[in-house]
Design a protein around this ligand. Structure first.
Ligand code: ATP
Length: 379
């Protein structure tokens, strides 16, 4: 079965026309003075979804989160939660909680007191608080650290306390702004999986803001790629990677080769492209491109095969020279300079310990790829 869907195969409410949206940004604009941080943005998030807002610094993703939490109000447009317009509802009355980074823990309070803090403020009876705190400690596997203070914990453990504190009140939606920013790479990866497990276990809706594409790809059911206050694409990680709809998104996530060209011929199942420097490329899906239009053909490095001889059956094969080779252990990355001058990046997994067709600097080489290996972009 071919799929560009989500990893959680049984969860895809965005494909179900009868599914009810849970969080709706409806033509939301946020201005700070003359500056537009969020521009007429519409977005739908479903219940129990793990949703990521991904974008470069300053693109407006935190502002979006802060409006959902109620720390800011939109300048125009509406934000709905479960059908209810949130305008005017103060943060503490929204079924939404924001998880702050671990350095926002109270340093003088023990782990259990940190977790209990919000519940106490809410006026929950003491015995209920004890029960809830015990439940939370178990959930984040910190039972034996209940009496410690934050400085007696590792970074990852502190992060788990922050998480326990923010879900203790059982919000329906948890907002996480760069939740793992303070952790080192290894711990980040571990914590990403923990967060996913926790989200599944609690059945909450998570909206996470990150500028780290790997983090978004790992955790999210769907990702919204943002640029300058607008959403460029909303899709599953696999769709974002394999079927970007714009140059911006193709560039933003992962490595990509871009061939500028013009559509020379377009039929129902074949699109022939003439590259800016004469290369001919045939693809089996031209998207929205029409004959004569200027387009970009985008193809990921791992979809390109590098060989010393022209593969006999290749539909697309371009000749050049090995410009750079980097052996990374699990894979080898080639930079091939095509005879028309274009540089192509190709990567090959080192599935066996020896290579059949070794290539080195300045060798003549062919790059080849299948007609379905890339996408044609019109914007
Ligand atoms: P980062 O990853 O750096 O946090 P971001 O995508 O979360 O970036 P936002 O914090 O949403 O970005 O900010 C978007 C834009 O709005 C930025 O250019 C920022 O300077 C501006 N901005 C945010 N808050 C305010 C404010 N209170 N007053 C004026 N400008 C603001």
């Amino acid at each position: 079965m071919k799929s560009l869907g989500s990893i959680r195969r049984d969860f895809a409410p965005w494909n179900d026309p009868s599914a009810k949206p849970y969080i709706q940004f409806d033509k939301v604009t946020k201005k700070f003075g003359d500056f537009t941080a969020v521009n007429n943005l519409s977005l739908t998030i479903f219940e129990r979804e793990f949703f990521a807002l991904l974008g470069a610094s300053g693109c407006g993703k935190s502002t979006l989160l802060r409006m959902l939490a109620g720390f800011e109000e939109p300048s125009a447009g509406r934000i709905l939660l479960d059908g209810q317009d949130l305008r005017g509802i103060p943060p503490y009355k929204r079924p939404v909680n924001m998880m702050f980074q671990s350095y926002a823990l109270f340093p003088h309070m023990t782990v259990e007191k940190n977790i209990a803090f919000g519940l106490k403020q809410e006026g929950m009876p003491g015995s209920d608080i004890d029960k809830r705190v015990a439940e939370m400690l178990k959930l984040v596997k910190l039972e034996q650290f209940a009496k410690r203070k934050p400085h007696q914990l590792s970074g990852g453990q502190r992060q788990r306390v922050a998480l326990a504190r923010s879900v203790a009140k059982r919000p329906k939606v948890l907002l996480l702004d760069e939740p793992l920013g303070a952790l080192d790479k290894k711990l980040r990866e571990e914590t990403q999986f923990e967060l996913m497990d926790l989200q599944q276990e609690l059945g909450l809706t998570f909206v996470v803001v990150t500028h780290d594409q790997e983090e978004a790809m790992t955790m999210a059911d769907r990702i919204a790629i943002m640029d300058k206050g607008e959403v460029m694409q909303v899709a599953t990680p696999a769709e974002i990677y394999e079927a970007p709809t714009s140059r911006f998104v193709a560039h933003f996530v992962g490595n990509v080769n871009m061939f500028e060209g013009r559509v020379a011929e377009r039929t129902a199942d074949t699109t022939r492209i003439t590259g800016a420097t004469g290369a001919q490329i045939v693809v089996d899906n031209g998207g929205a491109a029409t004959a004569g239009s200027d387009i970009v053909f985008a193809i990921r490095p791992e979809k390109i095969k590098v060989s010393s001889k022209k593969p006999a059956d290749a539909v697309n094969a371009l000749e050049g020279e090995v410009y750079d080779v980097a052996y990374l252990g699990d894979m080898t990355v080639y930079h091939i300079k095509l005879d028309d001058g274009q540089m192509v990046r190709a990567s090959a997994m080192n599935a066996s310990r020896v290579t059949e067709d070794p290539l080195t600097w300045n060798d003549r080489a062919w790059v080849s790829f299948r007609p379905d290996a890339g996408v044609v972009l019109t914007r």
